[in-house]
Design a protein around this ligand. Structure first.
Ligand SMILES: *[C@@H]1O[C@H](CO)[C@@H](O)[C@H](O)[C@H]1NC(C)=O
Length: 183
């Protein structure tokens, strides 16, 4: 009998502890979490609704909607962003893209220097894009992805005939000339 009561209260205590842990985890925001890994909170937009983080650093972040923010490059966030976080870096990243010329490219990794410098690196394929870290210090509000004349052209290109392709090439060159390139 006494044994029964004991295990019952143990179970109750464990449940209480578990609930408390879960609660405190969900109370700390993803914006508090990033700096604990040496990364700036502004890497994610303000529209995060919830996230999960496993012991091995794997995380999934849900946003209210997909959106775009203009940093040195235009960055697009999908509704779900996932990856593996460790001190100073995010690897196996999915759901973040960067726009170069007309093309959206997947960002595979985000890294900072250790010890920290003024730079942050976005790994896109074989290329490491160096960006100023200051623009990621504050959390940006997330605009709904716009439908500019450029995205209209892009859409056109998806179903293009030859005339549209040459138009696209022309605009691509134009944009390249206009756009500041930090390479
Ligand atoms: C966030 O919440 C939604 C709706 O409750 C759920 O479907 C999704 O799996 C959650 N995502 C994470 C990363 O916890």
């Amino acid at each position: 009998m006494a044994l029964h009561r004991f295990s019952f209260s143990t179970l109750f205590l464990s449940l209480t502890l578990l609930t408390t842990t879960t609660l405190s985890l969900s109370l700390s925001t993803v914006y508090d979490l990033l700096p604990k890994y040496g990364l700036p909170s502004g890497l994610l937009p303000d529209s995060v609704t919830n996230f999960t983080l496993s012991d091995d650093g794997r995380f999934v972040v849900c946003l209210a909607r997909s959106c775009e923010i203009e940093f040195d490059y235009r960055v697009r966030y999908e509704k779900t962003v996932s990856g593996r976080i460790s001190y100073g870096s995010i690897t196996e990243l999915e759901g973040i893209q960067v726009k170069r010329l007309f093309i959206w490219l997947d960002v595979d990794e985000i890294k900072v220097d250790l010890p920290p410098t003024d730079s942050i690196y976005f790994k896109v394929g074989f290329i490491n894009k160096k960006l100023g870290i200051d623009q990621f210090r504050t959390v940006h509000s997330c605009g709904v992805s716009g439908c500019s004349w450029k995205s209209f052209l892009q859409l056109k290109f998806a179903s293009a005939d030859m005339n549209e392709v040459s138009l696209w090439v022309l605009f691509r060159i134009l944009e390249d000339v206009l756009e500041k390139d930090t390479d």
